[in-house]
Design a protein. Structure first.
Length: 459
């Protein structure tokens, strides 16, 4: 035990005490964090804008729920290669990975501005653009602890996640409205501009650092990828967190993915249809922001951790009344309630995951988890989109949600004890280096103690 009375003696103390000691001013006072944060934020807004716009464009051209769902879900497809791309990103400086990815995606999305692009070509361009997401997200997630330090990590990750949900609200509402009332290409043009701005923020706001893996440390890309899988799914605490995150996203994403078709089936008026789509797509992120801020400010960290298995059952349960085929406003309300619980649940899961993750595996582990989340969402949207082409859409969503509720009950019954997570956090803390300053000569200084001290498996 440390003799310093001001320093938490265990990782559990770090989780509960450090989070209360750190303020928003502490993290936003760091210039590099500000650059990372605003780069990510503008990128998110542009992506959600274009995603909402493309679903409308494809549905209007094809009048197919399945193709509309496919245009929404195509951005998830590159995550089949996500773990390998994330492992590749670990071989190069994270700053270079993020800038290169932003510039490539800017060019590819810019090609969608060409008039009369056929739907198949549009889907291919969306797929190629989305290949940049896995390495970018892995690089950002792995760089964040080096920028903010362990003691600020929890609040930085919570801030990023709630801001990402707020970006969804803005992007989905504006994208759906612009696509229906004017033209989807306005939203796509904004997306192009956000990639350019993001690259500039990283180039001028984030310092140079060496790659996490030097050339002499590399083995084989597939072997390094497999090590990330082994860590995430071979560790009891990490595996439990990841399975709950995957299951939650599988059932929560469906209203977003089917929103364009749901709104179109509910009203023949194009103006009302765009508003209904925007409401359904934005309700979940709005609820997430509200729940995340309220719950994480009012409920102590230790109690939040104990509530995880109980909260996990609620997000799909709130969507079960969709069976009755309510109007879009009621659907949005149900989705919002589900989002509130996700906002209460996910930041706590994310904080525990990061703190229990050994430092040298961060990019690879994030690649594995983000890939699982994205592919789970892709599968859920494609399956329910296919079913909704043959059956009544509210019936599909309602039955899907019942299945999610039953799955969550089973997971809650098998949730590990708090001691399992505390032990994992304490073990991971011994691998944590000191906060890494930018510069080509910056050294990684290992520490065997827990410095006062949160990811998402992202979103």
């Amino acid at each position: 035990m440390s003799e310093d009375p001001e320093r938490p003696s265990t990782a559990a103390d770090v989780v509960t005490q450090g989070e209360d000691a750190v303020t928003f001013r502490d993290i936003f006072s760091l210039p590099e964090y500000r650059a990372l944060y605003f780069s990510t934020l503008v990128n998110w807004i542009g992506d959600y804008l274009s995603r909402a716009a493309v679903t409308v464009l494809v549905y209007h051209q094809s009048e197919s729920v399945l193709l509309s769902a496919a245009s929404f879900a195509i951005s998830y497809l590159p995550w089949f290669f996500g773990p390998v791309l994330a492992a590749l990103a670990e071989r190069y400086p994270y700053r270079r990975v993020m800038i290169t990815s932003d510039l490539c995606r800017m060019v590819l999305i810019g090609l969608l501005l060409i008039p009369d692009v056929p739907v198949p070509v549009m889907l291919v361009l969306l797929f190629l653009s989305s290949l940049g997401a896995p390495p970018t997200q892995a690089a950002r997630s792995a760089l964040l602890p080096a920028v903010v330090g362990r003691e600020r990590l929890a609040l930085a990750l919570t801030t990023n996640q709630t801001s990402g949900q707020a970006a969804q609200v803005i992007g989905y509402m504006a994208g759906a409205t612009l696509a229906v009332a004017l033209t989807p290409r306005i939203a796509l043009g904004i997306d192009v501009a956000t990639f350019a701005l993001s690259a500039l923020l990283i180039a001028f706001g984030v310092g140079r650092r060496p790659a996490a893996f030097g050339r002499t440390q590399r083995t084989h890309l597939l072997r390094e990828t497999a090590e990330g899988f082994h860590l995430v799914f071979g560790h009891a605490a990490l595996r439990s967190i990841v399975i709950v995150v995957f299951t939650t996203t599988v059932f929560a994403i469906v209203p977003e993915g089917l929103a364009a078709a749901w709104a179109a089936e509910g009203t023949p008026d194009p103006g009302t249809r765009g508003l209904d789509q925007g409401l359904i797509m934005a309700a979940g992120p709005f609820g997430f922001v509200f729940g995340g801020i309220l719950f994480n400010r009012l409920v102590p960290a230790a109690r939040r951790a104990r509530l995880i298995p109980y909260l996990a059952v609620l997000p799909p349960l709130f969507l079960v009344p969709s069976l009755a085929g309510p109007p879009a406003s009621v659907v949005a309300l149900l989705v919002m309630f589900s989002g509130v619980i996700q906002g209460a649940l996910m930041p706590t899961l994310n904080a525990t995951f990061v703190l229990a993750l050994p430092h040298h595996f961060r990019a690879r582990a994030f690649g594995v988890v983000n890939s699982g989340v994205q592919l789970s969402q892709f599968g859920a949207v494609m399956i329910t989109g296919t079913l909704a082409d043959h059956f009544w859409l509210p019936l599909v969503v309602g039955l899907w949600s019942i299945g999610g509720t039953l799955a969550m009950i089973l997971l809650a019954l098998r949730w590990p004890s708090p001691k399992t997570f505390t032990a994992a956090v304490e073990a991971a803390a011994t691998t944590e280096p000191a906060r890494q300053a930018p510069g080509p000569g910056s050294a990684r200084v290992p520490t065997t103690s827990v410095t006062p001290e949160r990811h998402r498996p992202n979103r």
